[in-house]
Design a binder for this molecule. Sequence first.
Ligand code: PXP
Length: 236
Amino acid sequence: MKLGVNVDHVATLRQARGTTYPAPLEAARLCEKAGADGITIHLREDRRHIQDADVREFRRALKVPLNLEMANSPEIVEIAVAVKPAEVCLVPERRQELTTEGGLDAAGQFDALKPSIAKLKAAGIVVSLFIEPSVRQLDAAVALGAPVVELHTGKYCDLAGAAQADELRRLAEAAEYGHRLGLRINAGHGLNYDNLPAFRQAVPHLEVLNIGHSIVARAVLVGMEQAVREMKDLLA
Ligand code: PXP
């Protein structure tokens, strides 16, 4: 199973102070060094973390494939077509959300998605749809001509006990069904060092897991000692 690392929150830290550091690309290079199979960034319409220049820079400099998360908006579709990341993952976006909430309604937004997906595919980009684990959404992904889906694991990660077990079953059934339809199955959102093992064990046919927040959060802690030592050395 492959790991795609989402480095959006390195950009969140940069944007918080309007500095040039920490550079998301530098973080991505370290991810590559550590074995990441791909890098994901989300160019949001509100540009709260990743900026347009980051997308161009990542496309030029990365060795592993770039997966660009984005809303189905004409402006962002144009950017994707110009930059040509290896993969685009279409996600829903709401202005006030803390992070992507819920999956893309591929079935409900069929007519709006169809031309954008065709445009992205014509540019040679592999299109993935970030959807809830439901038959309706998986059928819509196939009808839209998307070769890949990313199953939204957010609910699984937020729930506990029997409700979490139910959601895990739903994810496993969706992966099985999607695989039978010929879709490639990715997954992500909210996965962390604690909830990953059970998810991995229960859900079949997974190709790529896209994980961001928990890895960036862990990196802050495992890197803190060295960061303080370096500053102390300057004071010595
Ligand atoms: N996959 C998609 C489609 C997402 O929108 C996100 C969050 O940007 C992720 C994966 C990664 O989620 P997390 O940061 O919670 O690991």
